[in-house]
Design a protein around this ligand. Structure first.
Ligand code: PLP
Length: 443
């Protein structure tokens, strides 16, 4: 009864983002610990999504809560706008510099992924202005997600235009994404010659090299369904951006902080972007926080110019202290290595046991960011009808697991701290849902 009343109140008074207004879930999470969630009816279920693929270190860690409490008592707030400085912000910069790919040791703090991407665009604009040009176009991929702020939805194209603002923010250009299973060019890897990367060069050239400020992409497309690029993609893109003087922004908001089995996904391809957007895992999802990392060259371009970004909470001491603590945990508990190991076994199970199922078309992803593509038919690779995602998620919940189906991919992304035994248990639930799927469920 309590749950019913609460849900009714919620429905009438709280708008939920990235949802159809008024169409919300029928359960309320009340507490969580490790990989387990408990709802207001006392039912428990596994969090195989890490919520927004953000609670990388698991729920309810006392050591993280202790750091937040201690910092709150010591210094809750001291701004870093207008040239002011605080200690946790500097300490965090020093710590982040020890794990970030070499060259990217300059930071600006934010609160969300969207804000970080917004700052990256602003930094790109200012950088080119400082060089005496007004390059302004941002190239991004179809099926990309870079956030929901008005300034960044122009670059987000997930869900075929659903994100679009009207009138749209100007200056955004999209190119086809990497997606070998449904190649936009109808080619096969490797005979394709990695056309998806080459098309960036074609686009920059045709848009006018003097007008393109930056190219942004996720190292692995996240909300687009955990898609991995072909192995050559990132080195080719890096080369093209350098050749045409276009800043390369890697959006690691979801992939960063151990999720893919490396601390940062770009490490899989030894690629150093000019800027990197971070959020979610930087604080294990415990607080709203993020960071824009940039190279010394970008920083030098911005130096001496008024930077028109930042907010009241930039460099919030509690967020910075929690982020420092999380970095200690990622390093000391060898979380990226743990993810690589548990993820390897998970992927092998998916390929051996799940792929033969009639409605599983493809296994994709890295580490604990694994996508299971659901198709109506393996030959035609047909897409399931709208509404299928909710059906599959609901069945998972009934069997004791919360996971998300994004696009037509069941996304397996439990907390990076999940044990081998828990991961096997979670996959057993996913298997039981997928093996019971019937053709009529998908049409
Ligand atoms: C790759 C990527 N960029 C940006 C964002 C936006 O982050 P936020 O929701 O914190 O604004 C997300 C969120 O899922 C994301 O996955």
């Amino acid at each position: 009864m309590r749950t019913e009343e609460l849900l009714k109140y919620d429905n009438q008074h709280v708008l939920h983002g990235l949802s159809v207004v008024g169409q919300y879930q029928d359960y309320i999470v009340e507490s969580a610990n490790g990989v387990m969630l408990t709802d207001t009816d006392g039912k428990t279920f596994m969090d195989l999504s890490s919520q927004a693929i953000s609670v990388n270190l698991g729920h309810g860690r006392q050591d993280i809560a202790d750091v937040a409490r201690e910092q709150m008592v010591k210094l809750t707030y001291a701004m870093i706008l207008r040239g002011f400085v605080n200690l946790p912000s500097i300490e965090l910069a020093q710590k982040l510099a020890t794990i970030i790919p070499k060259g990217l040791e300059h930071f600006m703090w934010t609160h969300t992924g969207s804000e970080t991407v917004d700052l990256a665009f602003r930094a790109a604009n200012l950088y080119w202005k400082s060089k005496g040009t007004r390059k302004y176009k941002i190239i991004s991929l179809y099926n990309a997600f870079h956030g929901t702020l008005r300034s960044v939805t122009g670059a987000s194209n997930v869900n075929k235009g659903v994100m679009e603002e009207v009138p749209p923010a100007p200056g955004h250009v999209h190119i086809p994404n990497y997606y070998c299973y449904h190649c936009p060019y109808d080619k096969e890897y490797p005979g394709c010659g990695i056309l998806c990367a080459k098309f960036l060069e074609y686009t920059i050239d045709n848009e006018g090299r003097d007008s393109v400020a930056a190219f942004i992409a996720e190292p692995i497309q996240g909300p687009g369904g955990f898609l991995t690029p072909p192995p050559e993609y990132w080195s080719m893109v890096r080369e093209i951006c350098r050749k045409y003087d276009v800043l390369l922004i890697a959006d690691e908001v979801m992939t960063g902080f151990a999720r893919t089995g490396k601390m940062f996904a770009v490490e899989h391809w030894n690629m150093i972007p000019d800027m990197m957007a971070l959020s979610k895992g930087i604080v294990g999802g415990y607080l709203p926080f993020g960071a824009l990392a940039m190279t010394g060259e970008v920083l030098e371009g911005l130096s001496g110019h008024f930077f028109p970004g930042g907010s009241t909470h930039s460099g919030n001491p509690v967020c910075c202290a929690v982020a420092s603590k999380c970095i200690d945990i990622y390093v000391n508990e060898r979380i990226p290595e743990h993810v690589a190991e548990v993820g390897k076994r998970a992927k092998s199970r998916l390929e051996k046991e799940f792929l033969p199922l009639p409605h599983v078309g493809k296994i994709d992803g890295l580490g604990l960011m694994l996508g299971i593509e659901i198709v109506t038919d393996k030959k035609t690779r047909g897409l399931p009808a709208p509404g299928t995602n909710e059906l599959i998620q609901r069945r998972g919940k009934e069997k004791g697991a919360y996971f998300r189906v994004m696009q037509n991919k069941l996304c397996y992304s439990p907390p990076c701290t999940i044990t081998q035994e828990q991961s096997d248990r979670g996959l057993d639930i996913v298997y039981s849902v997928l093996s019971q799927l019937k053709a009529q469920d998908l049409t």
